[in-house]
Design a protein around this ligand. Structure first.
Ligand SMILES: [Zn+2]
Ligand SMILES: [Zn+2]
Length: 504
């Protein structure tokens, strides 16, 4: 995912437009999101609906007018200009590429840098799948309370998480169907208004709801997600895809397990799975991550951020984490970025963040200027590389033209070590010429061969005729160099012409 975003940013096409917007004032009101730094922070889709309301337009007009012109991604342009959102809404508040796209656009449009905390993007690298459920969920009592206390009506991010099904403030089940039209609701509609059903406009709040207290398991899940949501704005850096492998190896050592299978038994997880996570081939699923932290009697947040974990253990060996494995500090990241700018080899932010093990969102957040320089350098480096490659391929093609016997494109590919698709991409015109040259050569060869065969048939037929032998196909086949040629109609036709001319 990150690679795609990075590539997008690095091609520099729409960043120019964004830079322009940034240099002017914000396009939309700098509306304050509700509850940043609390577990009940507003979701991005709820924020977008309030933003539209503040501008006195519908969500779809807001998106059409502001997002569409700056969206270079086809899906964003198509979905938003039609007011049809397809399958994207459930990703907007989550930890995916879609969330990153939306966050970026809305941070620029509002001139705010905290929109990312209305989604789970900060935690992109610790969850393997989208963390948002398939439909909107809400606590009717919470909604009613907002109205009665004359507060902003908004829908918290926590309600939308797939693993959350109850409101821990009111001990009630979250609703996921409109009480009036009974339909399940998506996260985004052209007329989306927080707290309302988009189909029948029914208010989704209610003053009473059946008590459904959270069990221990549910309480544990709530604590974990709430902590992640609450802590995100105060953190300087976020875990990366390989954080879990480092942490698990450290914990295994701290707890003194001498084999992965014993450690897996202790954590009550599958041992082949654990081995994959520890060797950084996969990251644990949501369920497994919760299982691990539960077993260790900590939270997901503590798992990633507390190096001196207070893990229940018998004999603890304190193991120093090697410098390169630690979560990088802001200063370290700044140092790395500056060093890379001076370096002769140009790399993308994404490559740098992978190499030094930091989350590139962290870098972009704190050092936008440095990142901009790196992105610019990398973009010109890539353009240069592309130009070089093009010249190289063109030279090879020109050389191929010098061959007396024309060669096909696939032969060219073998001889010069350039994949056909690459050659076509970099030098389409020359490739076409090479193909055409080869085609006419092949056609010419074929014509000559036919000519030669016909002459042979004719010569044999005449010789037989002179000996007084009827030159049948069978008879000719006995003497001709390739007896199989009569399979082809063209030679049978010619034979008929020849024997007719001989008077048969
Ligand atoms: Zn509630
Ligand atoms: Zn309804």
């Amino acid at each position: 995912m990150n690679a795609i975003l990075d590539r997008l940013l690095e091609n520099g096409e729409y960043t120019d437009f964004l830079e322009h917007l940034l240099s002017t004032r914000s396009v939309l009101y700098n509306l304050e999101p509700v509850g940043i730094g609390t577990p009940y922070v507003e979701s991005l889709t709820s924020y977008i609906s309030r933003l539209a309301f503040t501008h006195n337009v519908t969500v779809s007009s807001l998106l059409k007018g502001t997002v569409v012109p700056m969206a270079d991604k086809k899906y964003l342009k198509n979905n938003l200009s039609e007011g049809v959102f397809g399958s994207t809404p459930k990703y907007i508040n989550g930890n995916s590429q879609v969330s990153q796209d939306y966050v970026k656009v809305f941070e620029i449009l509002t001139g705010r840098n905290d929109i990312c905390y209305l989604t789970m993007v900060s935690w992109t690298d610790i969850f393997s799948q989208n963390i948002i459920g398939n439909y909107r969920k809400w606590c009717p009592v919470c909604l009613n309370k907002m109205i009665f206390e004359s507060k902003e009506v908004y829908e918290p991010l926590i309600w939308y998480l797939a693993d959350i099904n109850k409101c821990d403030v009111h001990d009630t089940l979250l609703e996921d169907k409109c009480p009036n039209c009974k339909r399940r609701l998506d996260f985004m509609y052209s007329n989306f208004t927080a707290g309302h059903c988009p189909y029948c406009s029914t208010w989704l709040g209610d003053c009473k709801s059946k008590k459904e207290p959270l069990n221990e398991e549910e309480k544990f899940i709530h604590v974990n997600y709430q902590q992640l949501i609450k802590m995100a704005p105060s953190l300087l850096s976020f875990p990366t895809k390989n954080s879990s492998s480092i942490i698990l190896r450290r914990i295994m050592e701290m707890l003194g397990f001498d084999s992965i299978s014993k450690f897996a038994k202790f954590l009550e997880v599958d041992s082949s799975g654990l081995s994959m996570w520890m060797s950084n081939k996969h990251i644990p699923s949501r369920k497994s991550l919760l299982q691990i932290v539960k077993k260790l009697d900590i939270t997901i947040y503590e798992y990633f951020y507390k190096e001196s974990l207070n893990i229940k253990k018998n004999a603890v060996k304190t193991v120093d984490i090697q410098g390169e494995n630690k979560i990088k500090s802001k200063e370290e990241i700044e140092y790395i970025l500056k060093k890379e700018i001076k370096s002769e080899v140009s790399k993308s932010i994404y490559q740098i963040s992978r190499e030094y093990n930091f989350n590139y969102m962290t870098a972009k957040k704190h050092f936008p200027e440095l990142c901009k320089i790196i992105t610019g350098n990398y973009s010109s480096y890539k353009k240069e590389q592309i130009k070089k490659k093009q010249v190289d391929i063109e030279n090879k093609l020109i050389d191929a033209f010098k061959k007396v016997i024309p060669i096909s494109l696939s032969e060219f590919s073998k001889v010069y070590g350039v994949p056909v698709a690459t050659a076509k991409r970099y030098a389409p015109e020359l490739c076409k010429q090479l193909v055409d040259r080869y085609k006419s050569y092949v056609a010419e060869q074929k014509r000559e061969r036919i000519e030669k065969n016909i002459t042979e048939i004719k010569d044999i037929a005449i010789a037989l005729h002179r000996k007084g032998v009827y030159p049948s196909i069978k008879r000719i086949q006995k003497e001709i160099s390739d007896p199989n040629i009569f399979i082809k109609g063209v030679y049978r036709d010619k034979w008929r012409e020849i024997i007719e001319s001989l008077g048969y």
